[in-house]
Ligand binder design. Structure first.
Ligand code: PLP
Length: 439
């Protein structure tokens, strides 16, 4: 659990803010991972967020992914404002900036021949399921254990921590209220389990509409695919007529402008993206090969539909077009990778010098510290990270002014406004936090 602010008056004020919110908002927040924090953040800029007592934190959470250039980036806010104040939502015809953004994505993302926009990653993965079903005439969906793809019933299966209790089937719905019948149509395989993947395709290959994978798993930290694993998935999908969906909601426009697929080389049929594409404005989408995207129609029984009042809203398009323009003209990824490498190397050095049973993994601007000696290769192993050590580590970081996810398998990330000096500061804090974790 995150520690409360140390200052008594601040803590009382933060709790009062929570109480006020709880009186009118269930849990006091509108998204699950915001529960449990005592801090209340009121200001953000560049690499930092400030709490209501003006205490500054280096932000390694970055809103769980979207903030990639930096907080409250003037260039992005101005572009969004300009778009919204020139012609806001009309609900008629192509929206200003829509074709421009789709053209850019088609240029940079290997799987993108056509692109359609929606508002969240949850929307994007839902539309991917519908589209794959419309295109194949099949119902089942394959996904990997522990990976999170949003809250549609057909993908919100097999990522709950309850799944780890011995005897619990892998395809358990992630929460209450999800339709229990969908589990029959969801095939869940362990990440990096080649034999399990082959067996699943042997059994269900001709019934699968889609197979979902994060190319580089961030749902339980930072766990890459084993060599050949994505290639195998690609091959099995092609051989069985299954739509391969890469969920790049976290990796898109963060691992690289063209997504993780542009680094790895395996090209999916469909790509779900969101988060970093608009540096914090709510925009997401689905990119794919022409053949499949052609199954998006208007209200036909055999075609899938992507509809939404706020889809491709001009202010979000303005923000996204500007974000991608900056990524194409400035060395954003050079900075993200340099800072990420500096950080990972420094963390590893502290782990080694202190003899902590821990390991750091990650790519580019993302990383995860697991309190287990070996890097995990799947969800179960990631969940073996020592929760007590992590709690001490996290509390110590927070107390020193470094904001990170509050659970051991949370991936953390920096934004491009983070300086070398910020990393030096963070590494000192990490050293102290690792010391606290083993004390
Ligand atoms: N897919 C992945 C890999 C995610 O990490 C998330 C959110 O964290 C989603 C889908 C859902 O995206 P959203 O929160 O925008 O609905």
């Amino acid at each position: 659990m995150p520690v409360p602010p140390s200052d008594g008056a601040q803590r009382a004020e933060a709790l009062a803010t929570w109480d006020r919110a709880r009186a009118v908002v269930p849990r006091g927040v509108s998204s699950g991972h915001r529960v449990g924090w005592q801090q209340v953040f009121v200001r953000s800029s560049g690499a930092y967020v400030w709490d209501d007592k003006d205490r500054r934190y280096v932000d390694f959470l970055n809103a769980w992914g979207p903030i990639v250039l930096g907080h409250c980036d003037d260039r992005i806010n101005r572009a969004a404002f300009e778009a919204a104040s020139t012609c806001d939502l009309t609900g008629v015809g192509p929206q200003p900036g829509e074709a421009q953004l789709a053209e850019t994505i088609c240029e940079v993302m290997p799987s993108a021949e056509k692109v359609v926009f929606c508002t969240s990653g949850t929307d994007a993965t839902m539309h991917a399921v519908h589209l794959a079903r419309a295109a194949t005439g099949r119902l089942k969906v394959l996904k990997f254990h522990g990976t999170y793809h949003g809250w549609n019933d057909h993908v919100a299966v097999g990522s709950s921590r309850k799944d780890l209790t011995p005897g619990t089937p892998l395809n358990t719905p992630n929460g209450g209220g999800l339709h229990p019948a969908v589990v029959d149509d969801v095939v869940v395989v362990e990440w990096n389990d080649e034999a399990g993947l082959r067996a699943a395709f042997d059994q269900f290959g001709d019934q699968l509409a889609a197979a979902f994978a994060e190319g580089y798993v961030h749902s339980f930290g930072c766990v890459p695919a084993a060599p050949g694993f994505l290639e195998l998935l690609r091959e099995l999908c092609t051989r069985n007529g299954v739509v391969m969906v890469m969920d790049e909601v976290k990796t898109g426009f963060r691992a690289a402008i063209g997504g993780y697929q542009s680094i790895h080389g395996v090209v999916p049929d469909l790509t779900a993206f969101g988060k970093a594409v608009a540096n914090g404005y709510s925009l997401a989408g689905l990119a794919g090969i022409d053949d499949l995207m052609g199954h998006l129609g208007a209200y036909s029984k055999s075609e899938a539909t992507v509809d939404g009042t706020y889809n491709a809203s001009p202010y979000a398009l303005g923000a996204a077009n500007k974000t991608l323009e900056i990524m194409r003209t400035e060395d954003v990824f050079g900075t993200l990778y340099a800072r990420g490498d500096q950080l990972r190397k420094g963390i590893q050095k502290s782990i080694d010098s202190l003899g902590v049973p821990a390991t750091v993994t990650g790519l580019g601007s993302e990383w995860c510290v697991y309190f287990r000696s070996e890097p995990p290769v799947n969800f179960r192993q990631a969940m073996e990270s020592d929760a007590d050590m992590y709690a001490k580590y996290h509390s110590a970081l927070l107390a020193q002014g470094v904001l990170e996810p509050a659970f051991p398998t949370g991936d953390r990330r920096l934004n491009a406004a983070t300086t070398e000096a910020d990393i030096d500061f963070a590494l000192e804090c990490v050293h102290n936090a690792l010391t606290a974790a083993i004390s």
